[in-house]
Write a protein that binds this ligand. Sequence first.
Ligand code: NAP
Length: 308
Amino acid sequence: MRKIFSLIFVFLLAFPMTACGQNRVEEETAGKAEFDFERKTVMLNSGYEMPINGLGTYSLHGDECIDSVKSALSNGVRLIDTASVYGNEEEVGQAIREAISEGIIQREDVFVTTKIYPGSEMKNPVQSIQACIDRLDIGYVDLMLLHHPDPNDVEAYKAMEQFVKEGKIRSIGLSNWYVEELTEFLPQVDTVPALVQNEIHPYYQENEVIPFIQNLGIVVQGWYPLGGRGHTGELLGDPVISEIAGTHGVSSAQVILRWNLQKDVVVIPGSSNPDHIRENTELYHFSLNGDEMAWINALDRGEKHDWY
Ligand code: NAP
């Protein structure tokens, strides 16, 4: 019975005017946050502005992580994604503090996301959330996510809500939550997540899930935008993507990242290569036309590159 009420609740949230019989186009875009391609940002439902392209730091550690984050910040990247499970929050925090003291950025210029992990972290959410804040050591955290669903996820989310009230976290959200998980979860919490971060790339497009989330007024962010390590060769060498890249005089990576942005999906490509980091910021001097978007949309294989 609870599941039925959950489904009705989420349906009304996602499609608020369907029940009133109003215009379908209006109703499906009612809650969606539009990207601002001039400012390169999107306004979250929490009232905070977030950059739409950033740097992912999964698998970056030690000096390589510090150098990559500083390289990104020097190249204008203002969104950094980390997680407690990546084991690099201290390095990310150090890079940001160094960039601040070197005059590259001010704290308010950069938007930092971290995540707490299922299992013991979500079982003790208050300690885990505080530990992330302590490891980063940059004052507040811009966005904290629950990394995956977990038996204690509702309690962990409520703990994040409390940290928001205390001003230690600005926005909260979820990662690896799909339609069924959101339908179950949302009626149990007070704050609509600001963002959901899921696997999204041309071979795994989530074309059903993305509009469902966006119509709830929740911003979608894609992980493994380039397919993830071990898969980038095939994706970047895809003949369709390579041809589109050639037409625009850009790289395959830039085409994929731009395709995401035009679907209002925030991108956080991972890289330790300064040339790639810079290239991944140059996404605003060209655009894909309707045919090009459709050709990439047609590459979907439903091929997940990780289990979650
Ligand atoms: P990715 O961004 O899909 O791919 C990273 C790979 O692409 C690296 O090998 C990188 O190599 C290469 N690359 C980056 N830019 C390139 C360019 N312009 N040209 C050619 N190659 C390029 O995979 P990812 O870093 O694993 O994922 C992105 C981020 O998503 C992660 O860092 C993490 O923050 C997040 N994530 C979240 C979850 C979750 O469960 N929420 C799961 C996985 C990942 P170089 O270093 O040589 O540039």
